[in-house]
Design a protein around this ligand. Sequence first.
Ligand code: TMP
Ligand code: ASP
Length: 236
Amino acid sequence: MEKRDQLYEGKAKKVFATDDPEVVLVSYKDDATAFNGQKKGTILGKGAINNRVTNHLMRLLEHHGVPTHLVRELSERETLVRRVSIVPLEVIVRNVAAGSLSKRLGLAEGTPMQKTVLEFCYKDDALGDPMVNEYHIAAMRWATEAELDTICRYSLKVNQVLGDYLKDLNIQLIDFKLEFGRTADGTVILADEISPDTCRFWDTVTREKLDKDRFRRDLGGVEDAYQEIMKRLMGE
Ligand code: TMP
Ligand code: ASP
């Protein structure tokens, strides 16, 4: 497959066209941002780790019946994925209170919840990705009712599959963010990435944070945390 023009550059990835109109090439960067791009930095080796971790987890999800955009890993940092138009929503799945939910509701981080919580944010950097609900989504036609049903069902399935898998590796899945896309024929599939950038991973025993919160909050040991996740998931 031939790499062609760059289509898009985001905060953590670049996307290139290929000679197949249905397939694009994603290239993962070491750049890290937080707080809607206000904090900037580099996490050495992050691009390669996020590429490999994402593909590993997407293969696992495919195996459990969740369709994803993954086509084929090309190299350390590059992967071929199906071209989709992204549904302009970030889907947040929360098992334990942390981050912005802790702040909003005044709950200590680590507070267990009786039920998994789903939240939606409208993807718009200029607005700071505001939280919205299913009425906003229907009113603005960001997704149809059937699409949103599918998205919620897949999101809860991802939570179940990843939560069970990570538990055996002594990792607690606190929360994470997913994005979905539509293929040319309108099928909704899982897109974007699943990595320490987009999930909160806590060591089950020590409760140590093994994710991007180490960068967001200047906790140190950022690279080591990403390495540790890669090692537990892929044995290296
Ligand atoms: P939050 O607690 O800051 O709302 O984050 C919830 C989850 O979503 C957490 O696992 C980190 C992830 N996340 C992203 O992937 N991208 C983002 O831009 C934000 C704000 C959070
Ligand atoms: N990557 C996001 C940004 O820069 C936020 C985050 O992951 O905290 O806005």
